[in-house]
Design a binder for this molecule. Sequence first.
Ligand SMILES: [Zn+2]
Ligand SMILES: [Zn+2]
Ligand SMILES: [Zn+2]
Length: 133
Amino acid sequence: METKLKLPRSCRIILKNMRPHELLAAQEIFTRMRAANPKYPGLSTTYRSMEILVKEGFVQSVDLGDGEKLYELVDPGEHHHHLVCNHCGTQIHMDECAIEDLREYLIETYGFHVTVHRLEMFGACEVCLKKKF
Ligand SMILES: [Zn+2]
Ligand SMILES: [Zn+2]
Ligand SMILES: [Zn+2]
């Protein structure tokens, strides 16, 4: 909470207007901020604010494979991964990071310490599997 107060105003406005489990591009966030507050600064401020929010752990950036960076609200310092259906586009938010065991395996096997990782998985969701696509 204390760190939240130190965030620039533009960041705090964004946090207030994002909802959990929404994956939004910077452009969409900017459009929403402008709608809520006509005096909200420009798109470049939005990009900068998102970088700050990611760095401070309030937001995670997600790449679902189409090259566009998406942003999502998370509990401070937390992150999670997504299962994306190639057929209907459904995005399943996993409850938590699924690869803690892999980190230990990599340290033990390769002496490699992971500081940043990305993991989104693509496939078929339950509904599409039942429909056989
Ligand atoms: Zn599906
Ligand atoms: Zn998510
Ligand atoms: Zn993770």
